[in-house]
Design a protein around this ligand. Structure first.
Ligand code: GAP
Length: 539
C-alpha cells in the first residue's frame, strides 16, 4: 500500500530528500536533495531539456506550420530589473489572501483552512483545522467536544455537518473557531499577501532599489525575446525553454516538496502567430501529457483539467493543468504538476507598452493600465517586441503558449509512482516483502550496481575493473558489503534497474549476471559485451 509516510521515510533513509537546515530544526518550505535525489532531479531536467529543447525534432506541427519547428534555450538571472515585475503584473496581482489569528498569533492561507459546522443545542460554530483531509473529521470532532466541554459519553449531543468547507466559502468568520484558538471570532479580515521575496540592490539601497527573487522563470524569456530573435535567426513559430530556480513566499508550504518556497521550474514560452495559437495550445497540452506517461506516470493517475474562467491567472485566456493523484490527496483528488497556459500577447505587449489592465472590457484587446493621472501605471520598456514575418511581410505581436512544469513536483510524482511493495526471494529463497522504486531507467539515479559475490578469490578485482569501465558511460555503484540479497534490496530501494554480479564462473568464463530490478530475471552476459548490453537495456 502506497502511503505518503512510507515514501517520505524512504526519501530520508536512502538520501533522496532532506529537510533544509535540519540540524537547526529545519526551515519550512525548503528541501535539500541528497545523493540519490540530486541524480534523479538532474535526470528529470536532462530528459526535459533533451526531449523539449536540444533533441526536439517533432515532425508534426499544427496549423500548417513548418516542422520541425525550432526550440532554443536560455538561462536568465534570478534577480531582474524591478520594472519586470511591475509590467508582468506580479507586483500588483501575485498574492494570496491570508488571515491572522489574534489569539494564537498564527497566519493562515484563507482558502486552505477547512472545517465543518458543528452544533450542540442552539449553538452552532464552524470548527476549522489544517489537518489532512483524512484526519479532518476526527480533528474537528475532538476540537468541538473540547469547545463544548462534552465528555465521550455525551458525544451524541454533537452534530457535525457532512460538508467540508473552506474559510473563503463562509460569509463571515465571527462563528469560526480558528485552527489553533480556544475562543471564537479571533481571525482578522483576509488580507492580500504578495508572494514575491523582496531583496535590495546595493549597500545603500532605498525603495527604488527594492527588487524580487523571480517567482517564475518565464519573465526572463519574455524580456529576452528580441535578443533571441536577433541572435539566433529563429522564425516564429518557435519556442524558448528555461530551467531554473523560482521563489515564492508561500503562506502555508506543505505536502513534502509539493508546495515549497524555493523550487525549480522547467518552462517553455512558445511564440506563434495569433491565428495559430489555439492549435498550438492543443498541441502542447497533448505533447506534455504524453511526456509524463512515456517516463512512467500511469495514465490512470493523471488527468488534464481545463480551468474554469474564474480560475484563470490575470494574463491567461485559457489554461489546462496536468494533475497527478498524489498519495497525500484523498482518492479522486489530483494535484497540479504542470500548467499549460495560453497567455495571448499579454507579456510581450506589457513589456513593450506598460502593464496591461486585466480588467479591460471583455472581447477587446487589453488596454494599458492607467494611474489616477491618466498616465500608464507602469511604463514598459518602449522596445518594439513585435515580429515581422519575412514571407508575408505581416507585423504582429506573437501570442504565447506556455507549458510550465515544476521540476520538484515532477520528482515527487515520479517518486510516488515508483514506490512499490512486492514479493521477492531472500538469500535463502524465502519470499519476503521488498520495497522497490520502479523508476524509468532514464530517471533512475544509479543505472547499475556492481557486486562481487564474495570479497575474495579475485572477484572484487574483476568487479572493480567492470565498475571502472561502466563509470565512463553511466552512473554506477560498487558494493561488496554483506549478503548479496541485502545488496540487491538496497539497490531496489534506490531504483537501480540492473545489478551486475561477479561470481565464481566469471573468473573462468568471463561472464557476469545481470539482474533485472522489476522482473528479477538474471541473465548471463560476456564481460566484453556488458556495456553494450546495459546501454541497450537502458534505452
Ligand atoms: N509561468 C507560469 C507559472 O509559473 P504556475 O502554475 O504558478 O505557473 C508552474 O507554476 C509550475 O511550477 C506548477 O505547475 C508547479 O509544478 C510548479 N510550482 C509552482 N509553485 C510551486 C511551489 N510553491 N512549490 C513547488 N512547485 C511549484
Amino acid at each position: 500500500m502506497k502511503s505518503m509516510d512510507k515514501i517520505v521515510s524512504l526519501c530520508k533513509r536512502r538520501g533522496f530528500l532532506f529537510q533544509s537546515s535540519e540540524i537547526y530544526g529545519g526551515v519550512q518550505g525548503f528541501w535539500d536533495y541528497g545523493p540519490l535525489g540530486v541524480e534523479l532531479k538532474r535526470n528529470l531536467k536532462e530528459a526535459w531539456w533533451q526531449d523539449m529543447i536540444r533533441g526536439h525534432n517533432d515532425l508534426v506541427a499544427p496549423a500548417g506550420a513548418p516542422a520541425p519547428f525550432e526550440m532554443v534555450g536560455l538561462d536568465c538571472t534570478i534577480i531582474m530589473h524591478p520594472q519586470v515585475w511591475k509590467c508582468s503584473g506580479h507586483y500588483d496581482l501575485f498574492h494570496d489572501h491570508m488571515v491572522d489569528c489574534r489569539e494564537s498569533k498564527k497566519r493562515y492561507r484563507f482558502d486552505q483552512v477547512r472545517g465543518r459546522w458543528c452544533e450542540r443545542g442552539d449553538k452552532k460554530i464552524f470548527v476549522s483545522t489544517l489537518a489532512e483531509v483524512e484526519q479532518e473529521l476526527d480533528e474537528v470532532r475532538r476540537r468541538a467536544m473540547k469547545f463544548f466541554k462534552l465528555r465521550a459519553k455525551n458525544a451524541d449531543e454533537l452534530t457535525i455537518s457532512d460538508e467540508s468547507l473552506t474559510l473563503d466559502q463562509l460569509d463571515d468568520t465571527e462563528s469560526v473557531l480558528a485552527p489553533d484558538a480556544k475562543s471564537l471570532g479571533t481571525l482578522t479580515e483576509p488580507r492580500e499577501f504578495n508572494l514575491m521575496f523582496k531583496t535590495t540592490l546595493g549597500a545603500l539601497g532605498g525603495e527604488d532599489d527594492t527588487t524580487f527573487l523571480r517567482p517564475e522563470t518565464a519573465q526572463g524569456i519574455f524580456v529576452n525575446f528580441k535578443n533571441v530573435l536577433d541572435s539566433s535567426r529563429v522564425k516564429v513559430p518557435f519556442g524558448i525553454g528555461q530551467i531554473g530556480k523560482s521563489f515564492r513566499n508561500e503562506i502555508t508550504p506543505r505536502n513534502f516538496t509539493f508546495r515549497s518556497r524555493e523550487f525549480e521550474q522547467m518552462e517553455i514560452e512558445f511564440f506563434c502567430p495569433p491565428d495559430q495559437s489555439q492549435a498550438w495550445y492543443r498541441y502542447w497540452r497533448d505533447r506534455r501529457m504524453a511526456w509524463y506517461t512515456e517516463l512512467g506516470l500511469s495514465s490512470e493517475s493523471l488527468i488534464m483539467r481545463e480551468h474554469e474562467p474564474a480560475e484563470l491567472a490575470h494574463y491567461s485566456v485559457g489554461t489546462a493543468d496536468i494533475e497527478y493523484a498524489f498519495p497525500f490527496l484523498p482518492p479522486g483528488e489530483y494535484g497540479e504538476l504542470e500548467g499549460i497556459a495560453h497567455r495571448g500577447d499579454f507579456d510581450l505587449r506589457s513589456h513593450m507598452e506598460g502593464k496591461l489592465n486585466p480588467d479591460s472590457p471583455e472581447g477587446q484587446p487589453m488596454q494599458v493600465e492607467l494611474n489616477e493621472h491618466g498616465k500608464p501605471k507602469y511604463r514598459g520598456s518602449g522596445k518594439d517586441l513585435s515580429y515581422r514575418d519575412e514571407a508575408t511581410n505581416e507585423k504582429f505581436v506573437p501570442h504565447v503558449v506556455e507549458p510550465s512544469a515544476g521540476a520538484d513536483r515532477g520528482v515527487l510524482a515520479f517518486l510516488c509512482e515508483a514506490y512499490t511493495e512486492d514479493e521477492a526471494p531472500d538469500d535463502k529463497g524465502n519470499m519476503q516483502t521488498r520495497t522497490v522504486m520502479k523508476l524509468h531507467p532514464r530517471l533512475a539515479p544509479i543505472k547499475a550496481a556492481v557486486f562481487p559475490l564474495v570479497k575474495k578469490d579475485g572477484m572484487p578485482e574483476v568487479a572493480q575493473e567492470i565498475y571502472g569501465e561502466l563509470k565512463q558511460h553511466m552512473n554506477v555503484f560498487y558494493d561488496d558489503k554483506g549478503a548479496v540479497g541485502r545488496r540487491y534490496r538496497r539497490q531496489d530501494e534506490a531504483g537501480t534497474p540492473f545489478c551486475i554480479t561477479v561470481d565464481g564462473e566469471s573468473l573462468s568464463d568471463k561472464t557476469v549476471t545481470i539482474r533485472d530490478r522489476d522482473s528479477l530475471e538474471q541473465t548471463r552476459v560476456k564481460i566484453d559485451e556488458l556495456s553494450f548490453a546495459l546501454i541497450e537495456r537502458l534505452g
